[in-house]
Design a binder for this molecule. Structure first.
Ligand code: FES
Length: 326
């Protein structure tokens, strides 16, 4: 359960290809409020295998009355990106008023923005907003090649932002430790990228002794180590035995089966959907950034919105989640 979403009718009005594997779609949205902070996201109703579902995407700066998203077509997609990629001008869906869980503080003496691949979507808006306010900004943008870097031209022409690109195809690597060491004491870091990048950043930041409030991050989807497989989840004490398809989350499957779940972000960040793992017959593919490395290794809990089991069966207890939410 989460706060009620405000759905709006949305019509596709423009489609662009800002990188070879990324499609940007602009929607004209009825009754939309204006003035969204950088880092905000919207929910969009999608159809996956004929069934309605919900996906969440960061919004990119766009004209008043419109919402723009950029979506990478990923081979491991559970269907959301495939839906967005087949949209054509004039197609209709519904979207929500944007919300923000990846907010800029505006208080820092210096900002280090780090984006991995499609993780540029919130960072792009942040760079624009900080530059407009004359803030000190470094932006590190890592991707396979220049062709895999959406909005690179726009960022290169953004005055006031020191942009550095790191191209994996050319063997360039991101040295997070050195970047953190070079950061002024009052500096803040904002990162959006795959799970492994955020894990490394969090560990190095903790080791640096800097306040955790000055490291903010957002993970993007499809960050698991394993290909999605169907699995079964049994809810201890309730008799529920639920099949989770490869193209749906455990959270969605449980709620569809009538299991009362608590959730909010659906991105593995808030921890509200966490459940205890009683036993699992296969490895757990943790895809959250809520639990510590030690907690994930213990495999005692998992975030139902993003984490999965690599086939087989997992027995969960939702009592832990209820206690935490109370
Ligand atoms: S709903 Fe936030 S971590 Fe799952």
């Amino acid at each position: 359960m989460r706060s009620r979403l405000e759905w709006r009718r949305a019509v596709v009005t423009a489609i662009e290809t800002p990188a070879e594997d990324v499609r940007a779609v602009t929607f004209t949205v009825e009754g939309l409020r204006s003035g969204f902070d950088p880092g905000s996201h919207t929910n969009i109703k999608v159809i996956i295998r004929g069934e309605p579902a919900l996906r969440t995407y960061t919004i990119i700066p766009s004209a008043p009355g419109t919402l723009k998203i950029a979506v990478k077509l990923h081979p491991n997609s559970r269907g959301g990106s495939a839906f967005v990629w087949q949209l054509q001008p004039g197609d209709e869906t519904e979207m929500t008023e944007p919300e923000n869980r990846f907010e800029l503080s505006w208080r820092a003496s210096h900002y280090l923005l780090i984006a991995g691949g499609i993780g540029i979507t919130p960072i792009y808006g942040m760079a624009q907003a900080l530059a407009r306010r004359g803030k000190s900004v470094d932006l590190l943008y890592a991707a396979r090649s220049r062709g895999h870097m959406p909005f690179l031209d726009e960022l290169e022409n953004l005055s006031g932002v020191r942009l550095r690109t790191l191209l994996q195809d050319e063997g360039q690597v991101l040295d997070l430790k050195a970047e953190f060491e070079a950061l002024p004491p009052e500096g803040e870091v904002y990162i959006c990228g795959p799970h492994g990048l955020l894990e490394a950043a969090r560990t190095l930041w903790e080791e640096s002794g800097r306040p955790m409030s000055r490291l903010r991050f957002e993970v993007f989807g499809d960050s698991g180590r394993y290909i999605e497989q169907p699995f079964e989840v049994q809810v201890a004490g309730t008799g529920h035995r639920v099949r989770v398809r490869a193209d749906e989350s455990m959270l969605d499957a449980l709620m569809d089966a009538g299991v009362d779940m608590v959730y909010d972000c659906r991105r593995g960040e808030c921890g509200l959907c966490a459940v205890s793992v009683v036993e699992a017959s296969a490895a757990i593919d943790h895809r959250d950034v809520f639990f510590s490395t030690e907690e994930r290794h213990s495999a005692a809990k998992m975030c139902a919105c993003v984490s999965r089991v690599c086939g087989g069966t997992v027995v969960i207890d939702t009592g832990y989640r209820r206690e935490e939410a109370a």
